[in-house]
Design a protein around this ligand. Sequence first.
Ligand SMILES: [Fe+2]
Length: 132
Amino acid sequence: MLWWTEELETGIESIDKQHKSIFDKASEIFNLGVNSNIKEVEKIFIFLMGYANNHFYEEEILMMENSYKDFIEHRRQHNYFIEKIYRIYQNTIEGQVSEENLNDLKLLIIEWLANHINVEDKKYIKLMKSIQ
Ligand SMILES: [Fe+2]
């Protein structure tokens, strides 16, 4: 599942906007190739770092405010994403825009959309909907 569906809607405008933004960015990421301009690639990493810092923070606050029982596991996944993005970024600036670094990035994004947003985020969305 690599496209946005209404099922993913939390009803919280800012969170929905942020989720949609990573789906939109995904097509740009999948189009990156070894000939892509380094500046273009850097812009994508800057977007992803901003996404991670702002969006995860907002989600985590929401979870804490609602005593979400799987908070620690959810946060662990956020931390994993941040760690991976920073590592791939570091490898990219050191080793240029290589096939290997781009594949790592694309795989992380696929995993993220399919497993995190589509599975993990849905769990807390369900909770939010039940208390709205
Ligand atoms: Fe999340």
